[in-house]
Design a protein around this ligand. Structure first.
Ligand code: FAD
Ligand code: TPP
Ligand code: MG
Length: 574
């Protein structure tokens, strides 16, 4: 039988190590689904909403570092991918999206379901091309894959159903090399200049991010030589926080006062593989060094005095031998001590008093953290679950933490958990979902049953869009449109064939989460948590509240609901 373009496409993907496509079928995708149906080395992961497919592929790519693929049928089918693809693009994970297209002869006529994927996906991809002719394959596909892998982000091919079903012209994949693994290092002169600067400085703070993945040992050695506290940005948490005596937590609104202080009170700030987005949290007077794999990232968030292009691990390896031991550990000691106090303050909030409502979400997250396995994969929804995950989930080098941290989309946690569980069937996968977030893509609870995915969904039910409610209050708005009249999520889960549990009192939290985690199959634990955990400081007057939004943007929420820690440099007498 003649090889079809769709067969060639699946073959190219399989040869590159891709094992599955996440998506929802449609007739424009028939060629592809029919082609992979007959292969034993390739799976079609059928979800209930294409947005879920894109988030799931993003989680797959994040966890493995390898190319993941999602697909949507023509028009509305692939349009549904878009929010998840934005998330993948912002997370810099290699994802290929196959956007099936209407019959090629109809393009431009306003035909049934017609959209223009090249326009639609232009903003959330590095490459987006229409395949209008069999002779373009597999070259266009391979360019798309190479772009997604090398630029780390999204590439899209738009493929009309008729072209996919047409006879292939080329017979096989053109590219047969493994994924290149270059090392990128600043020049020797640049490394020497940096070493000189660091050897001359006493109060140095490191801000590390996701670009420190794989460089843990070098990072710890660096901090030891420089006597530097390490602050991490949210996406760096899973790679930096563990086995780290220099850890002083995060900065930012959700961070720790210790992270903030360590950054604001250094003479030299060394940014490593981070794109921490909030300008207000950078020191004004310090000398700032930024090292990033991508030159275009340098100076995006703050003024930079020394900008270097390099991979964190490679750069630190060439820098370390040139560094002298800093003998002054005052800055480090103060920062670490401050962290210990801030940590203690937050830990005191993560308790559950038997018989005494409300249930604090901090406590729920702490229980999840304690009961979760050594190599659990956590996902957390945008909203307050992100705060609790940042503060109460402990990383250990084996655990992973995924969220929609850069794109900031709600409803990410369940879809990402689906991708994580498909990718690692043997690992425990826990989604910490908001009640608003879960409801948004709730149809994909059915996917857990459909594919027998033992994902554990913990729903922090506060009957509100609480994060936004907090933001409204903080900006002086009367909160509006944030009430949720919720169903009982445990009953909905049961209806979907999933174990559903509901914890209404603090003493139910631990046993029910334990039961859910132990359950051999998907489980959902709905926990009725208090709505306002981070309320406005009571001392704020109406007059002060006017400028409160601005003030908040420069402070860290203490987590106590009674104060915001003002962190101006002058207040540092602590
Ligand atoms: C509701 C909400 C609230 C939030 N509040 C906070 C907060 O208070 N504090 C906080 O920290 N975050 C917060 N975030 C997350 C925040 O928006 C950013 O996503 C996060 O700070 C970015 O983390 P990052 O710098 O580690 O990762 P990224 O933004 O992914 O940046 C990584 C950088 O590393 C570079 N890089 C990649 N690989 C390498 C390599 N091998 N070598 C060198 N460089 C490399 C990349 O080019 C990039 O510049 C919040 C998110 C949400 C949704
Ligand atoms: C798709 C999308 N819509 C709206 C928002 C704005 N937003 C951010 S957090 C949030 C509330 C999330 O509510 P929920 O999932 O219940 O979590 P909670 O904060 O209540 O714990 C909203 C509406 C968003 N980030 N993404
Ligand atoms: Mg909520």
């Amino acid at each position: 039988m003649a090889k079809k373009v769709a067969d060639l496409l699946v073959e190219v993907l399989a040869q590159a190590g891709v094992q599955r496509i996440y998506g929802v079928t449609g007739d424009s995708l028939n060629g592809i689904t029919d082609s992979l149906r007959s292969r034993s080395d390739f799976e079609w992961i059928h979800v209930r909403h294409e947005e879920t497919a894109a988030f799931a592929a993003g989680a797959d790519a994040h966890l493995t570092g390898k190319l993941a693929v999602c697909a949507g049928s023509c028009g509305p089918g692939n349009l549904h991918l878009i929010n998840g693809l934005y998330d993948c693009q912002r997370n810099r994970v290699p994802v290929l999206a196959i956007a099936a297209q209407i019959p090629s002869a109809e393009i431009g006529s306003g035909y049934f379901q017609e959209t223009d994927p090249k326009h639609l996906f232009a903003q959330c991809s590095h490459y987006c091309e229409l395949v209008s002719n069999a002779e373009q394959m597999p070259r266009v596909l391979e360019i798309a894959m190479q772009t997604a892998i090398s630029q780390r982000g999204v590439a899209v091919i738009a493929l009309p159903g008729d072209v996919a079903l047409g006879d292939a012209v080329e017979r096989e994949p053109r590219l047969r090399f493994p994924v290149p693994q270059p090392t990128v290092c600043p020049s020797e002169d640049e490394i020497n200049t940096l070493a000189d600067l660091l050897n001359r400085s006493k109060r140095i703070t490191i801000l590390g991010g996701a670009g420190c993945a794989g460089a843990h040992a070098e990072l710890i050695e660096l901090a030891g030589k420089l006597q530097a506290p390490i602050v991490h940005a949210m996406r760096g948490k899973e790679f930096i926080e563990y086995d780290n005596p220099f850890d002083v937590g995060m900065t930012g609104l959700l961070g720790f006062s210790s992270g903030y202080h360590a950054m604001m009170n250094c003479d030299v700030l060394l940014m490593l593989g981070t794109d921490f987005p909030y300008q207000q949290f950078f020191p004004k007077d310090a000398t700032i060094v930024q090292i990033d794999l991508r030159g275009e990232q340098l100076g995006r968030r703050t003024k930079v005095d020394y900008g270097l292009i390099g991979d964190t691990k490679t750069t630190l390896r060439s820098l370390l031998p040139k560094l002298e031991q800093n003998q002054d550990d005052a800055h480090l000691r103060r920062s670490v001590e401050h962290y210990r106090k801030a940590r203690k303050g937050l830990d005191e909030l993560a308790t559950g008093n038997p018989g005494k409502k409300p249930i604090h979400p901090q406590y729920v997250t702490r229980v999840v953290d304690q009961l979760a396995s050594e190599d659990a994969i956590f996902t957390c929804d945008v909203g307050t679950p992100t705060i609790w995950a940042a503060r109460y989930l402990t990383m250990n080098g084996k655990r992973r933490l995924l969220g929609s941290f850069n794109h900031g989309s709600m409803a990410n946690a369940l879809p990402q958990a689906i991708g994580a569980q498909i990718t690692y069937p043997g690992r425990q996968v826990i989604s910490i979902s908001g009640d608003g977030g879960l409801a948004m893509l709730m149809g994909d609870l059915l996917t857990l049953k459909q594919h027998d995915l033992p994902v554990k969904t913990i729903v922090l039910r506060n009957d509100s869009l609480a994060f936004v409610e907090l933001e409204m209050k903080a900006s002086g708005f009367v909160d509006f449109g944030t009430d949720l009249r919720n169903p009982e999520f445990a009953t909905i889960a049961e209806g979907a064939g999933i174990l559903g549990l509901k914890a209404e009192t603090p003493e139910q939290v631990e046993p029910m989460i334990a039961q859910g985690l132990k359950h051999d199959g998907p489980a959902l634990v709905e926990v009725l948590v208090s709505r306002q955990e981070l309320s406005m400081p009571p001392t704020i007057t109406l007059e002060q509240a006017k400028g409160f939004g601005l003030f908040m943007a420069k402070a860290v929420l203490s987590g106590r609901g009674d104060e915001i820690i003002d962190l101006a440099r002058v207040n540092l007498l602590r």
